[in-house]
Design a protein around this ligand. Structure first.
Ligand code: NAP
Length: 296
């Protein structure tokens, strides 16, 4: 038994730290998605699943993420439709675009790239997305259903992390999970998903009094702070499972990685860990939405 009590001991298994390789898992899932797209096309008069992406403004990182999501759709035979809006778009204008996509039967999923410019009411716009097309899990209704354990598309980043943990057989029941960051798209849904999977969850944020002490207790640690290498490697106990959701220029995450591979049960690489799973989850959920729309 390793230090965190997972019943998977790296030494017993004569292997190194488990690398939670999101790029590899996304590559493994892509042909399965492609096969489902072909089956859907065959059963549905050649119609392909379509993900509509909405980008407001010209933030280069957001533009790159949107482009990557479109590319991932095309790689498995799905289509994407890019809606590009100027930085001075109003809430009313964005709501009208969302209404048009909601009403379009050829569109199966809608992604509104976060963050939007400050003058826009982002929550109102997220909530305008039809629940059946909320493949990024951003609506209040979808969040509520997920929190209650009811069927809903999960927020793509935490849902992707859950898939990565499940794929590597990392059991969560009874484990102490610590999530650092409580944003609506990442930290909060992550904490609820881990709780639904029977982990005992602590959700930390900027008012947490002794973050280091909280992190030290983690069997499973998720860093979602948005600050490069903010969580120090020497706060993390031996045998922990370390998930770094952060991404900063130069391939830097939110967790300092020094020495973790030598003493942790499992770690996500940055890049190549959480990011590819976010995109894969979004694509998979769009495919699910298209299948549901076609009653398949
Ligand atoms: P965010 O909205 O800025 O939220 C950051 C969270 O960190 C907030 O809850 C904040 O607490 C907390 N925080 C800030 N300073 C802290 C401190 N000193 N101690 C403890 N907590 C602190 O960020 P986000 O959108 O969730 O993104 C987080 C990270 O994930 C970023 O690096 C982002 O690039 C990355 N990300 C990656 C993907 C992916 O697909 N790989 C997707 C989304 C985001 P308060 O609530 O108290 O302010």
């Amino acid at each position: 038994m390793n230090a965190a009590g997972f019943g998977i001991d790296n030494k017993e298994r004569d292997m190194d730290c488990i690398i939670l390789d999101g790029k590899a898992l996304a590559a493994l899932r892509a042909p399965l998605f492609a096969e489902r797209v072909r089956a859907l096309k065959a059963a549905n008069g050649d119609a392909v699943p379509v993900l509509a992406t909405i980008l407001v403004g010209d933030d280069p990182s957001s533009a790159t993420y949107v482009k990557m999501k479109g590319n991932a759709c095309r790689a498995i035979g799905m289509a994407s439709r890019a809606v590009m809006l100027p930085a001075d778009t109003t809430t009313a204008q964005l709501l009208a675009e969302i209404d048009a996509l909601n009403a379009d039967p050829d569109v199966h999923g809608i992604l509104l790239q976060h963050p939007v410019p400050a003058q826009i009411d982002e929550r109102q716009c997220f909530d305008r997305i039809n629940i059946a097309k909320d493949v990024d899990g951003v609506t209040s209704l979808g969040f509520g259903r997920m929190a209650l354990g009811e069927p809903a598309f999960g927020s793509a980043t935490p849902a992707g992390i859950m898939s990565l943990l499940a794929h590597h057989g990392i059991g969560l029941a009874g484990k102490r999970a610590v999530v650092v960051g409580r944003s609506a798209i990442l930290g909060k849904p992550m904490a609820l998903m881990l709780s639904n999977a029977h982990a005992t969850v602590t959700l930390c944020h900027s008012r947490t009094v002794d973050l280091e002490a909280e992190v030290r207790r983690a069997d499973i640690l998720v860093g979602a702070v948005g600050k490069p290498h903010f969580i120090r490697a020497d706060w993390i106990k031996d045998g922990a499972v370390v998930i770094d959701a952060g991404y900063h220029q130069g391939g830097i995450g939110d967790i300092e990685p020094t020495g973790l591979v030598q003493r942790c049960l499992a770690v996500t690489p940055v890049p190549g860990g959480v990011g590819p799973m976010t995109i894969s989850t979004l694509v998979g959920q769009t495919l699910d939405a298209a299948c549901a729309a076609a009653d398949l």
